[in-house]
Design a protein around this ligand. Structure first.
Ligand code: PRP
Length: 172
């Protein structure tokens, strides 16, 4: 498999710092906000993003699955790991690595709303607006990209390449 760099480490660092500043400003007056990291892909982005947010935010995790080991979404979203914190009356920021078809984010969003969160917002490192199967607009977007298969910075192909510290395009 061949790969080319799409987004460098330096571009990632600069963009995540900007997003962190913006989120800190937006959440400065919110009570007890929670960052909800969507496992596993968002772990790298979420960890960098939280360190770029200079206000106190709790951290929790959810895991859903739609892709398995395939390149394309099966369309069925299952909750594999539930969050542990009580979300009732608290603002929740869902943090994803990528929004593709929109199915995962739509389901996570609905699920968190159903847990009684006072406000649900979403942050995604990458957005592929042209790949949507369902409409979904994130509140915070790192980079918008074309519908190409990307790996690195948490994103995998069949559990490989997550630890590449930049975003690369994978081709056959
Ligand atoms: C990936 C990614 C998003 C989702 C986006 O997760 O992390 O959660 O797919 O695609 P969608 O918009 O088409 O739903 P995946 O199920 O591959 O799990 P992973 O994060 O553990 O790799």
């Amino acid at each position: 498999m061949a790969s080319v760099t799409l987004i460098t480490k330096e571009q990632i660092q600069a963009r995540v710092a900007d997003m962190g500043r913006q989120i800190a400003a937006d959440y400065a007056r919110q009570q007890n906000p929670i960052v909800l990291c969507v496992l596993k892909g968002a772990v790298f982005f979420c960890s960098d993003l939280m360190r770029a947010i200079n206000i106190d935010m709790a951290l929790d995790f959810i895991q859903v699955s739609s892709y398995g080991n395939e390149k394309y979404s099966s369309g069925v979203v299952t909750v594999l790991k539930e969050p542990q914190l009580d979300m009732h009356g608290r603002p929740v920021l869902i943090v994803e690595d990528i929004i593709d078809s929109g199915l995962s984010m739509r389901e996570v969003f609905r699920y968190i709303e159903s847990r009684g969160a006072s406000m649900v917002r979403t942050a995604t490192f990458l957005d592929k607006p042209k790949a949507r199967k369902v409409e979904f607009k994130a509140d915070y977007v790192g980079f918008s990209i074309e519908p190409q298969f990307v790996v690195g910075y948490g994103l995998d192909y069949a559990e490989r390449y997550r630890n590449i510290p930049e975003i690369q395009v994978l081709s056959d």
